[in-house]
Design a protein around this ligand. Structure first.
Ligand SMILES: *Cc1c(COP(=O)(O)O)cnc(C)c1O
Length: 369
């Protein structure tokens, strides 16, 4: 199956094979060696010297962990939202009793850093700003560097909590250079590993907030994670097989290097956008902020999304994903992060070229050949 979802993403054979290995104990030296190596490699790719933890959960668990480890009920939080995942950040913070103000930007556009700065200026002191680096629901990448700089200019002490779940490991996100406080990603996105691990980095500023934070937490307590990592362990039983997989995947990613990884994702994203447009289709996202990990495409007339979704799987062995929330039925999304090559994209575009006319879509003359 040509799995072109923005998560889970396909995994290389050696990464999958690594998971067939027998269990080791998570309090043994053998596990300590793996978690030590994995943590060091992740720090290289996060471009951070801060603490970094691997949590056994999906990306949403990591988002929840950011909230419960740094905030207290009643804390004022500014959530910058450009889509489904920004909204989810706001919901999580509200669920735990934070006083959330959400600043929304049209779906398909990026957040305006000046507008974020103005919101901070107008409303006084926020404890934290939550922001999505790459909005997977709309195929937009925020200018996180500019947003972070704007926050630091207006309110230097605010925490920057960043959902980089579908960007880190694919799109550049230098955590220390941009002075980000807690930054999260998930194994099933660009990391070429099955779902089930989430990785978070925690800055000095975030640790100070942790000391004050009064939100309830147990499983996701960063203090416990730090205490156990010092012994080469996790506080609770980790997803050991996924650590085997991550260890193998990180060897490949570190060997390729950040520049190589970022350049490859840029190249393949360009190919995807060119291919989609050659079929006469339009992108949802503003061209100035399109994502290099996921491309959102407007479902054209007279196509019914559910039929296209089924036809692509049944007869073209290709899965692309639909829209979420208000975008359901209106867009589809092609994932191109992690273990992806030019060939995978060519196959995907060919599948669309075959399937769309069968459902009544008129291809442009130039796409006929
Ligand atoms: C996938 C994703 C999430 C949620 O991750 P789960 O692993 O499904 O819990 C959150 N934010 C972004 C930007 C994502 O791409």
């Amino acid at each position: 199956m040509n799995l072109r979802s923005p998560g889970p993403t396909p995994c290389p054979p050696d990464v999958l094979q690594a998971m067939g290995r027998q269990m080791i104990h998570h309090r043994s030296p053998a596990f300590a060696e793996i978690i030590g190596r994995v943590t060091d490699s992740l720090k290289q790719l996060f471009e951070t010297k801060s603490d970094l933890f691997c949590l056994s959960c999906s990306g949403t668990g990591a988002m929840e962990s950011m909230v419960v480890n740094t905030l207290s009920p009643g804390d004022r939080v500014l959530v910058v939202s450009i889509g489904v995942f920004g909204d989810r950040f706001a919901t999580i913070a509200k669920t735990y009793g934070a006083d959330v103000t959400k600043i929304d930007f049209d779906w398909g556009t990026a957040a305006d850093p000046d507008a974020v700065a103005q919101a901070l200026q107008k409303d006084g002191s926020y404890k934290a700003v939550c922001v999505t680096h790459n909005e997977t629901s709309t195929g937009v990448t925020n200018d996180l560097e500019a947003i972070a700089a704007a926050v630091r200019r207006v309110q230097p002490t605010a925490l920057l909590l960043v959902d980089a779940i579908s960007s880190l490991g694919s799109i550049r996100c230098p955590v220390d250079a941009w002075d980000l406080d807690v930054v999260a990603t998930g194994s099933q996105k660009g990391w070429m590993v099955p779902p089930g691990l989430a990785m978070v980095s925690v800055s000095e500023r975030a640790w100070k907030a942790y000391e004050q934070s009064k939100m309830p937490r147990f499983y996701f307590d960063y203090g416990k994670a730090k205490e156990f990592l010092a012994k080469g362990q996790t506080p609770w039983t980790p997803a050991i097989s996924l650590f085997y997989a991550l260890d193998v995947a990180l060897r490949q990613l570190v060997a390729e290097g950040i520049d190589g990884i970022v350049e490859r994702h840029q190249r393949i994203a360009d190919l995807t956008r060119t291919g989609v447009k050659s079929l006469g289709l339009e992108l949802l996202a503003d061209e100035r902020c399109v994502s290099n990990t996921v491309t959102a495409v407007n479902v054209p007339e007279p196509i019914e999304w559910a039929k296209l979704y089924k036809l692509l799987q049944d007869e073209y062995d290709t899965l692309i994903e639909g829209g979420q929330g208000p975008l359901a039925g209106k867009i589809f999304r092609i994932g191109h992060l992690g273990w992806v090559t030019e060939k995978d994209i060519q196959v995907t575009i060919a599948a669309l070229r075959g399937a769309l006319p069968r459902l009544g879509y008129a291809l442009p003359e130039t796409a006929m050949a």
